[in-house]
Write a protein that binds this ligand. Structure first.
Ligand code: SAH
Length: 346
């Protein structure tokens, strides 16, 4: 339904307090409503049981609560859950719950589609339709937290911005959402349990460092020479590795926090000894750890997982150089919930 009422969650706490004063009510009412909207994640004014009926009606007359709806949920044989999430304007994004024995991680989207054009990623084919609002990001986290409690009897423990979209192309809204997620007035989650993954937008990495953010940074590197990286991530032409490197050095100087590099190894693309040596060299610029991600095919014959022998070689050389490396097995592949597979198939 199209309405020109304002989305109440676009208001800050102070704006909400001011609104109530203007209505001849107490500013304190603003605090109560704010708590309902964020901490209690209410999706309707009806739910706000400690607010009088008249006030709820008054709110109804002025505002809407645009909220997401989990349109469909799929559960993988490995326990991974994928939500197709319907936004108030009918667009769909996906978010994923990944349980392990020690963690439950939410993988959330930041854009509908994506601004970038990574050749190996299914989301890139959707193009960017719009940015998500802070509340749309927050709601994905709430939905997954609820599912985690329901299916696995534990709250969500970690969040990664590795769903659809490039979070640094929607920086302000992502930061506002993280503020709500980490605030005691929201979910109260530690920023140390949140990781923002970016394809690497140097200017924005520097901005994050300047802003003093407390969450972790992951960079989808995949190649450490401009020639190879540009061939698979064409925007690298605009933001070459030298600029990326400088921004990461800047990040580390300011935050003193290690960076994670995400890396997929493909046959004939980045599987030569020169590729390995270039990667190791890049890893030495700034303290880091490496996550080698299993490739999740998206139906393009140019991209095929490199052989186990090449993976071994990468691991050996990285370890010889004292670089911490993890190999990440894919999760939720059978329901297209794995990295790079989010594309609203259903
Ligand atoms: N735009 C952000 C976050 C979304 S992608 C970024 O690029 O970091 C999340 C991760 O999945 C990235 O590391 C991305 O490079 C990786 N990825 C994309 N397509 C993939 C695929 N088909 N198989 C494995 N990983 C993929």
């Amino acid at each position: 339904m199209v309405t020109n009422k304002k989305d109440i969650r676009a208001l800050s706490k102070q704006q909400l307090r001011d609104f109530f004063i203007k209505q001849g009510d107490k500013s304190f009412r603003g605090n109560q409503v704010y708590e309902w909207l964020w901490q209690k994640a209410a999706h309707s004014f009806e739910d706000m049981t400690n607010i009088s009926k008249e006030t709820r009606q008054m709110l109804e007359d002025h505002f809407v609560i645009n909220h997401i709806e989990v349109d469909s949920m799929q559960r993988s044989s490995d326990g991974t859950i994928k939500n197709a999430v319907r936004l108030h304007d009918g667009l769909i994004v996906e978010s994923v719950l990944i349980p392990t024995p020690t963690r439950t991680t939410a993988c959330v989207s930041s854009q509908v589609g994506c601004s970038l054009d990574c050749k190996f990623c299914a989301t890139a084919r959707l193009k960017r339709m719009r940015n998500l609002n802070p509340d749309e990001i927050y709601d994905q986290v709430i939905a997954i937290d609820n599912e985690s409690r329901h299916y696995y009897n534990r709250p969500l423990s970690n969040i990664v911005f590795m769903g659809m979209g490039e979070p640094l192309m929607n920086y302000n809204n992502v930061i506002k959402a993280i503020d709500k997620i980490t605030s005691p007035e929201g979910l109260g989650m530690s920023p140390r349990r949140i990781t923002l993954s970016t394809s690497g937008i140097p200017k924005m990495i520097k901005k994050m460092a300047d802003d003093g953010v407390k969450f972790n940074l992951a960079v989808s590197l995949h190649a450490a020479t401009d020639q190879v990286r540009t061939s698979i991530m064409p925007f690298n032409d605009t933001f070459p590795l030298q600029d990326l490197r400088e921004s990461l050095e800047y990040w580390y100087a300011k935050t003193k926090r290690k960076i994670s590099y995400e890396y997929v190894i493909w046959k004939g693309i980045n599987d030569s000894e020169a590729d390995i040596q270039a990667f190791v060299k890049f890893c030495k610029y700034v303290p880091c750890k490496v996550n080698i991600i299993e490739y999740n095919p998206i139906g393009d014959v140019h991209f095929q997982q490199a052989s186990p022998k090449i993976l071994e070689r990468y691991l050996t050389v990285l370890e010889q150089n004292n670089i911490v490396v993890n190999v990440r097995r894919s999760r939720g592949k059978d329901i297209d919930a794995a990295c790079g597979q989010l594309a609203n198939k259903s």
